[in-house]
Design a protein around this ligand. Structure first.
Ligand code: ASP
Ligand code: MG
Length: 409
């Protein structure tokens, strides 16, 4: 039996009416003889509301209990979707992360899937049922309920598709696909028919909200094509596939992450082992860092600057202040008003002058660049948060992304 994994996001199942539409869509597909596994998110803004509720009870809820709470959101939508399919004469079964054999590590709120015991899903599929799996959740080897991080239902879908060797993995969302820029920021942005895993991973890691980065990572690792499609229409969406199947372009998209912060530890001793110490301490706190810059240094001291997600800032400042005292550095300064604007494209490796064009686009609008970082297919500039919209528009315009057409090789 050919298996297809479909994932429906929170807005696609936001109301009972929308759930009924999803049920119809699934039954239409099933009628063509496919085995359908549907992964669903919590309805609408349920997860946000659950978090608010927890905050009303506790300023710092135990992470275990938070995962216990958040996992309930998806249980509502899976059961309702299953009922909707039954109501239409179809056969379906809803399953939690535990029931569908999704085994994770035990890091609450950011768990990673370790393995999927597929027999729990395969049996009902073979019996002709639609299997509806709760996204975003799993269970640790110690039988603890875990969640995979905000937006993690995409990852559930990609991991299931890989484990079940599905024919395809479709992510249904409230947008038409992946665009050259966020259409809310740039009205001229165009939908891409195709993009490579690698480019999508860079975009998702630099602020594009459309897919959970780990979902793309899994798809890339298993050579799995992912489709991002609109749930509200029958548009073709965007197909994410291996780079070798695509024509190279210098820049395929521009993205921004407004929720960043910058921290500098000033005048730390410049000797072997210091960086290892600083970043070891941050890693132990589970703080991931986007960008690290160590300056040239004067005499026997140097400055180390990091850029990271704003949500990690307080914890990181605390850790670094402690180390700053220990190491007799001058001190720690931070700025919560920075944003990172990035361009991504598989062709920039071989094209000279791409960075210069990006910097010129910002310079022309008098936008100051505070820090710069690059990978082989990405260039990022850290700027003040207030310039984000203008910066993204400027780059989109100067690289003529509104005219971009991405084709198969
Ligand atoms: N419901 C979870 C969230 O809002 C997971 C997801 O939607 O993918 O983050
Ligand atoms: Mg999502």
């Amino acid at each position: 039996m050919d298996i297809i994994v479909q994932k429906y996001g929170g807005t696609s199942v936001g109301t009972p009416e929308k759930i009924q539409r999803v049920a119809e869509r699934i039954l239409g597909l099933e009628a063509s003889g496919m085995g359908v596994v549907a992964v669903v998110s919590a309805m609408g803004d349920t997860t946000d509301r659950l978090i608010d509720m927890a905050r009303k009870i506790s300023s710092n809820p135990p992470r275990r209990e938070l995962d216990m709470l958040l996992s309930t959101g998806e249980q509502i939508s899976i059961s309702l979707l299953s009922m909707a399919i039954h109501e239409r004469g179809g056969r379906a079964i809803s399953m939690t992360g535990l029931q569908s054999g999704i085994i994770t590590d035990s890091r609450y709120s950011e768990a990673k899937i370790r393995e999927i015991k597929t027999h729990r899903i395969l049996k009902p599929l073979e019996e002709g049922k639609v299997v509806i799996v709760a996204g975003f959740q799993g269970v640790s080897r110690g039988a603890e309920i875990t969640t995979l991080g905000r937006g993690g239902s995409d990852t559930t879908a990609a991991a299931l598709a890989a484990a079940l060797k599905a024919k395809s993995c479709e992510i249904y969302t409230d947008v038409d696909g992946v665009f050259t820029a966020d259409p809310n920021l740039v009205p001229e942005a165009v939908k891409l028919d195709y993009i490579s895993h690698e480019e999508m991973l860079e975009l998702a890691g630099s602020g594009a909200q459309v897919l959970h980065p780990r979902a793309v990572e899994i798809a890339m690792k298993f050579g799995l094509p992912l489709k991002v499609k609109p749930a509200h229409s029958f548009g073709s969406g965007t197909t994410i596939l291996e780079g070798s199947m695509l024509e190279k372009v210098v820049v395929t998209g521009v993205t921004a992450d407004k929720d960043m912060a910058k921290i500098a530890i000033q005048k730390v001793p410049d000797r072997p082992g210091i960086a290892a110490k600083l970043f070891g301490a941050l890693a132990r706190e589970g703080i991931s860092v986007h960008l690290i810059i160590q300056s040239i240094g004067e005499g026997n001291v140097t400055d180390v600057t990091i850029v990271l997600k704003r949500e990690y800032m307080e914890r990181a400042v605390e850790v670094l202040r402690r180390l700053s005292k220990q190491l007799k550095a001058q001190g720690v300064i931070f700025d919560a008003n920075v944003a990172e604007v990035s361009i991504v494209g598989s062709g920039m490796v071989t094209e000279p002058g791409v960075a210069a064009r990006m910097f010129r686009a910002l310079a022309k609008r008098k936008i100051n660049i505070e820090l710069i970082s690059t990978s082989h297919i990405r260039i990022s500039c850290v700027i003040h948060k207030r310039h984000v919209r203008e910066a993204v528009r400027a780059i989109h315009e100067d690289f003529k992304l509104g005219k971009l057409k991405r084709r198969l090789a």
